[in-house]
Design a protein around this ligand. Structure first.
Ligand SMILES: Cc1cc2nc3c(=O)[nH]c(=O)nc-3n(C[C@H](O)[C@H](O)[C@H](O)COP(=O)(O)O)c2cc1C
Length: 221
């Protein structure tokens, strides 16, 4: 698989098969992603990987907290508003998802089932947590985002699926304790990793993108 194919094949997977992923494979993906460029080669990323019993206990903890109505409290505050154009696209993809799920699910249960999928980490066998020092600037967040895409494309090449998700890090205290993540690191995002269940309605959505003519301007050639 070349990079172009990996870019096209990747999608946010929201239902994984129980099939495990070997630690060697996760290590290989992270070795590749570790080649990501960063400001002055600062490599601000600090990565924690959870699988097996540790992940099961985090998953249960997440579902328990959700069912008890405990509000999520991610280390990085989630945006409360978006510029108009982005708000439109955010709403549009949400509607598209809802319409698709309504083909198989009871409309009244869709929101709840989407939330449960999220809090159950989409049943992924592995979650990769992306962390960085709390004192860092948006430039390091840029580096972490690049690292994240490197992980996802490398996973695609190895036939694995991924879901980058803020919902994987709603209860950072619990994650911090289970994985020994020091307080000075922000747990920025999780990437769920595993083999996607191709038959699941949750994995049927393929999102569109704006035309390049709208995204990029060219002058002088
Ligand atoms: C920083 C970030 C956070 C995200 N958080 C979530 C999440 O909590 N739950 C979810 O279902 N998807 C989440 N997503 C996935 C996006 O909704 C998805 O990438 C977007 O709709 C485009 O779809 P695609 O990844 O299938 O191409 C997140 C993506 C990013 C990059």
């Amino acid at each position: 698989m070349n990079v172009h194919e990996a870019l096209i094949k990747r999608y946010t997977c929201r239902a994984f098969k129980p099939e495990p992923v070997s630690p060697e494979l996760v290590k290989e993906i992270l070795e590749w992603a570790n080649r990501t460029p960063s400001w002055g080669n600062t490599q601000p990323w600090q990565i924690y990987v959870a699988g097996g019993e540790v992940l099961e206990s985090l998953r249960q903890g997440s579902l328990d907290r959700f069912s008890q109505g405990i509000a999520g409290n991610p280390d990085l505050p989630v945006p409360q508003d978006w510029p108009e154009a982005m708000k439109k696209r955010y709403t549009a993809v949400g509607k598209e998802r809802f319409a698709l799920l309504a083909q198989e699910l009871d409309k009244d249960n869709i929101v709840q089932s989407i939330l449960e999928r999220n809090y159950a980490f989409y049943d992924a066998p592995v979650v990769i947590y992306l962390c960085m020092d709390k004192s860092l600037t948006p430039y390091s967040m840029y580096d972490l985002g690049a690292f994240s895409q490197s992980v996802m494309l490398s996973a695609s090449e190895r036939g694995l699926d991924t879901a980058p998700a803020i919902m994987l890090v709603q209860y950072p205290d619990m994650i911090r304790e289970a994985l020994g993540i020091p307080d000075h690191l922000a747990i920025v995002l999780g990437i769920a990793l595993g083999y996607g269940d191709g038959g699941s309605i949750y994995n049927r959505l393929r999102t569109s993108r704006r035309p390049l003519s709208e995204v990029a301007g060219f002058k002088g050639f």
